[in-house]
Design a protein around this ligand. Structure first.
Ligand code: OGA
Ligand code: MN
Length: 297
């Protein structure tokens, strides 16, 4: 088997064939995947049945696993998977469909907004790796948008205007957009805004990208309504169809993406009747990229 990378879209996203990822990889294979990520930002591996252990072992080739905020905030006993696995499913701890008004279901609906994972954390995230174990009969695609192509397509004036802007990200903002506010008092420190540059330069390729996310609620030094209106404009620009690739899930797909250079969102499906069991590992980023606000500010 030879590892091959086949582009899926003119700008980004590619499928990797000729590699089984449920076993230890060689340094050459790891380097080829990293180079593929630098170039394509989203890589799809099909027909890769994985246990949770195998998914975590594959993920650790590329960095350190982080524990998701959803998991940190979950009520004891309301979890189905081990701590390192992000549960991107509509199932509860007993493998039953979550009720319509289940708080974790409502929290998870935030994934329908265009976002980058963990952008509400100072360290951010590099890659996320999502594996499909059960997929619904229809709907439930994941869409990806290429933030490098979106940056490149901005006019020179806008590029100059945004070059040094710093945004503020909080999970409270993205959830608030959907009217979800059931955060427990004990987690309030996790809701504090985190600062990130609006333009990121990729550490390996040097390419610039728009670092957008539904978690952005402000731009440092800007009045809030002006900041939010501008972020909406940029997001609308960055998610035009020419920058988007839709992944239609099959069982045993693994998709990995770079949260520094892409955004993604979940699409609807009939989650009251059909099971969708996806499991995610995400890797800690190298942030903070800019100084954070002082507590008293
Ligand atoms: C995620 C996510 C989207 C989806 O796993 O981080 O946003 O389609 N998933 O489930
Ligand atoms: Mn996500």
């Amino acid at each position: 088997m030879t590892l091959q990378i086949h582009p899926l879209h003119p700008n980004f996203a590619a499928e990797v064939t000729g590699l089984a990822i449920n076993r230890p990889l060689t340094q050459t294979e790891i380097a080829a995947i990293e180079a593929g990520m630098d170039r394509h930002a989203v890589l799809v591996f099909r027909d890769q049945p994985l246990t949770d252990d195998q998914q975590l072992a594959f993920s650790r080739n590329f960095g350190t696993i982080e524990i998701t905020l959803a998991r940190q905030m979950a009520k004891p006993g309301d979890t189905r998977l081990r701590e390192e696995m992000g549960d991107i499913s509509n199932l509860d701890a007993n493998n039953q469909l979550r009720a319509r008004d289940d708080a974790r279901r409502l929290y998870a609906l935030g994934n329908r907004l265009w976002h980058a994972d963990a952008s509400f954390r100072a360290e951010g995230a590099t890659y996320s790796l999502l594996s499909a174990r059960i997929v619904p009969g229809s709907g439930g695609n994941t869409e990806f948008a290429d933030m490098r192509a979106a940056y490149d397509a901005l006019d020179a004036k806008t590029k100059a205007e945004i070059e040094d802007l710093v945004t503020e990200h909080s999970i409270a903002f993205s959830r608030g957009e959907l009217g979800f506010a059931e955060f427990n008092q004990e987690h309030s420190a996790k809701l504090n805004p985190i600062r990130h540059p609006l333009v990121l330069t990729h550490p390996v390729t040097g390419r610039k990208s728009l670092f957008l996310s539904a978690h952005i609620g402000g731009i440092v030094g800007w009045p809030v309504p002006e900041a939010r209106a501008f972020i909406r404009d940029l997001t609308e620009h960055a998610t035009q169809r020419q920058f988007v690739h839709a992944h239609q899930w099959r069982v045993n797909d693994l998709v990995m993406w770079d949260n520094r250079t892409t955004m993604h969102r979940a699409r609807r499906y009939n989650d009251a009747a059909e099971i969708r069991d996806l499991r995610r590992a995400s890797l800690r980023g190298a942030g903070p990229y800019v100084p954070q606000a002082l507590a008293a500010e």
